[in-house]
Design a binder for this molecule. Sequence first.
Ligand SMILES: *Cc1c(COP(=O)(O)O)cnc(C)c1O
Length: 359
Amino acid sequence: MEYNFSVTKTKNPKPRPQDESKLGFGRVFTDHMFVVEWNKGEGWHDAKIVPFDYLTIHPASTVLHYGSEVFEGLKAYRWADGSVKLFRPIENIRRINRSAERMGLPQIPEELMMEGLLKLVELDADWVPHGEGTSLYIRPFMIGDDEHLGVHGVAHARFYIILSPSGSYYKGGLAPVKIMIESHDVRAVRGGTGEAKCGGNYAASVRAGEKAEEKGFAQVLWLDGVEQKYIEEVGAMNIMFKIDGKIVTPALTGSILPGITRKSIIEFLRNEGTIVEERRISVDELAKALEDGKLEEAWGCGTAAVVSPVGLLSYNGKDYVIGGGKIGAVTQKLYDELTGIQWGKQPDPFGWIVPVTKA
Ligand SMILES: *Cc1c(COP(=O)(O)O)cnc(C)c1O
């Protein structure tokens, strides 16, 4: 199905950032955004691309009081030939619908979101930066927008896509980080909202994250919410380990965000014949493996960082150094392979790349 939506171009294009090394993350926004509204009677209607602007929102709007919000994060990549590409956008589209289902928000047709995404990125394609490791960060989000204070499934919703040219995650090159295993706060429990990409999960994780940062750690590693014994995931990344030659990662039990980077790495490794175990991993197992010299590598994985080597885990005041605090061979290989596919430096045998503009 073709969706015909209106495109209103800005009359006041903003100057594009000249110095790509100063972009940072999510601070600069492009000239346009995609908007579509939903209500129970009409469904999704009035899809349009409009100049980037503030939103007008009723003070009683559901999202402001009860957190009816889900979001996505993906990137547009500038290849050396000048073309712009996306990485597995259908996965983000399907995931926001799964998140929306959990949070009492409506389903958005896959074709509508895909078309909005492609048309918007195409229109603002000049904003996709050129520098090594830079990208155009894409933030789709949906909010519940009923204009009264009752708690209920919403009858009105809005969906947006905004774009932000962003700098390289690794300014000084790939580098191992120190992570603190959080032993008080929990991020999610089975049956809760852990597997939904929703704003509320982040609000609840900020306190532990700030405490960890004060102590000099990059991020928090969450444990399961019931026994606080099993590894779940890092702030905005899934986590993987190489233990005794095998790749292991926590299974998706409902409280972990099903990362697209995680899924891509598992598919990549299995395709080359490497065994990946998705299962429960306790802190005790990690400590024991480390003692026995069998915990060889650890890395986080997510769209922003792609792959982030973990050089140290701290748990209840005790530090566990992994792989001598250096980048492991598998970690480095996965980073090279994935970024190679994303930036077109390597073939794409899986068909993960979706073109937006030509060379
Ligand atoms: C988005 C996110 C991830 C990573 O998912 P990707 O699809 O790989 O970017 C991991 N954990 C949490 C909590 C997230 O929000």
